[in-house]
Write a protein that binds this ligand. Structure first.
Ligand code: FAD
Length: 394
């Protein structure tokens, strides 16, 4: 594989570079931006990116995207990350990265016209209603029921771990429409307005102390039948596409490289005052070198997914391999980072003395969830083993 850009791709990379250099406020270019401190700058940055048509680079132009090729989108994401500019989809990231593409593939024209422009404008936040207390890894077993009643569906049941449900206007819901057929065949996909009577959202705090996810209860919630996405009872197959889109996420490899580069710089700069443990614990040097090499592997795995997508192929076990490797690597990087900083390592974000503004100590706690969210590492290993390597089911 030739990793060099073609002359056209290089021209495009330079265009993105110049745009960020000129338009992105310096205060946002560091990787440790607080949304609350920089909200004004962040919103004006998002507006500039939207004016350029680059909020959803690979979406078709007819739906307000930039119609970029997958490779251009990759170059765009890499350059944005390399220049430490915040991704413009910090508002409604899930809607732009995952929900929008799903609606573009399976939604009706009416659904696309109604939602896609608002998702692009950052006016609609969405959440993903898949997991339930008894259905996570075995997602096809979801029990939330949607029963056809005249021109409506009536929904009853419960979802859990629903990220940002408390801030979302809509949910993409996976519910059972036929309980009498094999479990994969009786599911359907729906758009549920979160302000519908009968929807209750209850907060769940994660162990990093942030309110990201929730429980969502449905008590005789009525939605119009035209909120069905795709074909009735084909929801499982559509949800699998959504998960592949989610797992193909290509943004993280560059971010991981930056974290490791920042740690290396930190280790070089802070030896004299005894903050860094690199001298008393020489094994840390080899650990940092390993993290550096691993980010190169993550980049290669991501590039493979991008290269498949740009040839019109849909990555499947390959997306699982990237998800598995990158999420476990996120945890290793945070562990190395906290160890490297010695006694300062565990200091929380917000502490005046916490190195790298507490980015590593926060990641150390938050990234525990990385190997659960979007499908656990065990599940990804099963997918790679069965679909990728042709090994038998356990
Ligand atoms: C931060 C975060 C955000 C999330 N956001 C959302 C969201 O927005 N929307 C949403 O719908 N869900 C969300 N989830 C839920 C997530 O998708 C589930 O937690 C995940 O799929 C695992 O399901 P579970 O928690 O029910 O665990 P279980 O499926 O009960 O698994 C328990 C353990 O058993 C293992 N296991 C299960 N089956 C197998 C198997 N066949 N082989 C080997 N091991 C197995 C698992 O790997 C795990 O270690 C989020 C989760 C987290 C942590």
């Amino acid at each position: 594989m030739d990793f060099r850009f073609t002359p056209q791709e290089e021209t495009f990379r330079q265009e993105v570079h110049d745009f960020i250099d000129k338009e992105c406020p310096k205060e946002l270019r560091g990787g440790d931006v607080s949304f609350f401190e920089q909200a004004g700058n962040l919103f004006s940055w998002r507006k500039k990116v939207a004016e350029r048509g680059w909020v959803a680079p690979a979406w078709p132009k007819e739906y307000g995207g930039a119609g970029m090729s997958i490779m251009e989108q990759f170059i765009y994401s890499m350059e944005t990350a390399r220049m430490r500019a915040p991704a413009p989809i910090f508002i409604g990231a899930l809607a732009v990265a995952v929900i929008g593409p799903t609606i573009i593939i399976y939604g009706t024209e009416e659904q696309k016209k109604k939602h896609i422009p608002k998702i692009l404008a950052g006016e609609e936040m969405w959440c993903q209603g898949f997991s339930e207390p008894g259905s996570g890894s075995d997602l096809a077993s979801v029990q939330t029921r949607a029963v056809k009643d005249g021109d409506d569906y009536v929904i009853n049941g419960q979802k859990i771990w629903t990220t940002l449900a408390h801030m979302s206007q809509y949910m993409l819901l996976l519910a059972r429409t036929d309980p009498d057929v094999p479990k994969h065949k009786g599911l359907s996909y729906f758009i549920v307005p979160m302000n519908s009577p009968g929807v209750t959202v209850r907060p769940l705090m994660n162990m990093a102390g942030t309110h990201e996810f929730n429980e969502v209860f449905f008590d005789n919630v009525r939605i119009p039948a035209q909120n069905l996405v795709g074909e009735e009872h084909r929801g499982w197959y559509q949800a699998v596409t959504t998960l592949d889109i989610e797992r193909s996420n290509i943004g993280s490899a560059v971010g991981q490289q930056q974290n490791v580069e920042d740690l290396i710089k930190f280790a070089r700069d802070n030896q004299s005052d005894g903050v860094v443990r690199i001298k008393s614990d020489p094994a840390l040097r080899t650990e940092l070198a390993e993290r550096y090499l691993e980010t190169e592997v993550a980049m290669s795995l991501s590039s493979r997914v991008v290269s498949m997508q740009s040839k019109g192929m849909i990555p499947n076990y390959e997306a699982s391999a990237v998800k598995l490797y990158s999420m476990e690597l996120n945890q290793r990087i945070a562990n190395t980072g906290v160890r490297l900083m010695g006694l300062y390592g565990p200091l929380a974000r917000g502490s005046r003395l916490s190195p790298m503004k507490g980015r590593m100590s926060y990641a150390y706690i938050r990234n525990v969830a990385n190997t659960i969210e979007g499908g656990t590492s065990e599940v990804q290993r099963n997918i790679v083993a069965q679909r990728g390597l042709g090994l038998p089911r356990e």
